[in-house]
Design a protein around this ligand. Structure first.
Ligand code: 7TS
Length: 404
């Protein structure tokens, strides 16, 4: 048995108080807190070997380049990509999806189709709307049922040989639904479509093996995996990365520049224009080491206990409805309480030290589906405890007393 209380000790921020109360941080789906080891790596980089990468002959530049590329290989190993060149450093999930959608805007033809689902985050909707606008392709949407699960029958109906891309999330940030992505990938491949998986909410909770999944693209953000903000990754199968045009032009992404013709660097550098978030890339690797030291299986089973405990406790509160009751869920629970506005609940429990997110969570179509303005969302990480859930439930009861 792992000692999650001891693991929690490694997160300095969790020791602070908010409004005179111990912090209960249940906004992990927005961003997770950082362990000391990640903070140390960031400090050490700037104090001892800060330099630009891939260009200097000098010692510092070599050290920084080595650390950055070691991290790329850690990410490759963690997600089981075939080759490190299939790992592109990006600013995060949003940029990863935009990179791919932008490329497809040039590859798609009029009348081609792109399929997404009703439970996508806006960052897996809007880039595809833009790509469709630019190319004349048509955006189709797989509906969800009232549990917040993708309706597979409807997916089979809209899937056809016109489908060129299927882009779905691994885990819903608002409902916690774990989507059957392996099955979706298999079906999409039967019609020759490429599949992009938005893994922003999956990678802190689940083991992901891109070769086993056989997805064409997988995107995630380091900051949701206990790493820094401003860094993330795009996994792409080598053949697809060669086919996609560059995303941004600039230094580091070229082989040769003349005013008549520019040739591009090999992957992954073709997609990495300009000075990247060097320390972010390095610390991303450290965050992955940290997760692996605990083990994603142990994390998932501990978080499932937290989710079950929180769900049971929430159900005891009168007039509270849980939004998203899929059979397979990750550590996210969204709910509404009678006619009380989620924002008011969020503001009151903040005074009691509890951090949750309220609103539409960048998934307005989900709100439209359930005909609600927003939800209160509690999202857990392995450093959270049942005691914190008890404090959260108490704070909710107080807020209901005040608002009802
Ligand atoms: N996709 C999903 C499923 C997400 O949950 C998020 C962020 C993104 C994409 C975008 O990630 P970014 O790192 O590029 O911003 N989700 C949330 C959230 O649920 N609350 O705040 C951000």
């Amino acid at each position: 048995m792992l000692d999650f209380e001891q693991i929690r000790e490694q997160f300095p921020l969790l020791k602070r108080q908010v409004n005179g109360k111990p912090l209960v941080y249940f906004d992990n789906a927005a961003t997770a807190q950082k362990p000391q080891i990640v903070l140390d790596v960031i400090e050490k980089y700037y104090q001892t070997y800060n330099a630009n990468i891939h260009r200097g002959v000098h010692r510092l530049s070599q050290e920084a380049t080595d650390a950055y590329e070691v991290s790329r290989r850690k990410i490759q190993k963690h997600f089981n990509a075939k080759d490190a060149k299939e790992i592109i450093f990006t600013r995060g999930t949003t940029e990863s999806i935009n990179l791919v959608a932008n490329g497809f805007a040039q590859l798609l033809d009029k009348g081609d189709e792109v399929i997404i689902s009703e439970l996508e985050h806006h960052s897996n909707i809007v880039p595809w709307q833009l790509a469709c606008e630019q190319s004349g392709a048509i955006l189709r949407v797989i509906p969800i049922n009232d549990k917040g699960e993708i309706v597979l029958e409807a997916f089979y109906q809209i899937l056809s040989n016109k489908t060129k891309v299927v882009a779905v999330s691994h885990v819903s940030n608002t409902l916690g639904t774990i989507n059957p992505i392996k099955h979706i990938i298999e079906k999409a491949h039967q019609v020759g479509a490429a599949v992009l998986i938005d893994g922003a909410q999956a990678t802190a909770h689940l083991k992901v093996d891109v070769q086993e999944l056989d997805c064409d693209f997988y995107c995630t953000s380091a900051h949701k995996m206990f790493g820094p903000t401003g860094i993330g990754m795009l996994y792409g199968k080598e053949a697809w990365l060669r086919k996609l045009p560059p995303y941004q032009g600039g230094g580091e992404m070229i082989k040769e520049v003349t005013f008549t013709k520019t040739t591009y660097a090999d992957i992954p550098f073709k997609f990495e224009a300009g000075t990247p978030n060097i320390v972010g890339g390095i610390a991303f690797g450290t965050a992955i080491d940290f997760i692996n030291e605990i083990g994603l299986q142990a994390i998932a089973s501990y978080e499932n206990e937290l989710l079950a405990y929180a769900t049971d406790k929430l159900r005891e509160i009168p007039n509270l409805s849980i939004i998203g009751t899929a059979a397979d869920k990750a550590a996210v629970v969204s709910f509404v309480i009678a006619n009380i506005h989620p924002f008011d609940v969020g503001s009151i429990i903040d005074k009691l030290g509890v951090a949750v997110r309220t609103g539409h969570h960048c998934t307005q179509p989900i709100m439209q589906h359930f005909k609600i303005p927003g939800t209160i969302r509690a999202s857990f990480a392995f450093y959270n405890t049942q005691k914190e859930i008890d404090m959260f439930i108490e704070s909710l009861k107080k807020s209901v007393q005040m608002l009802a």
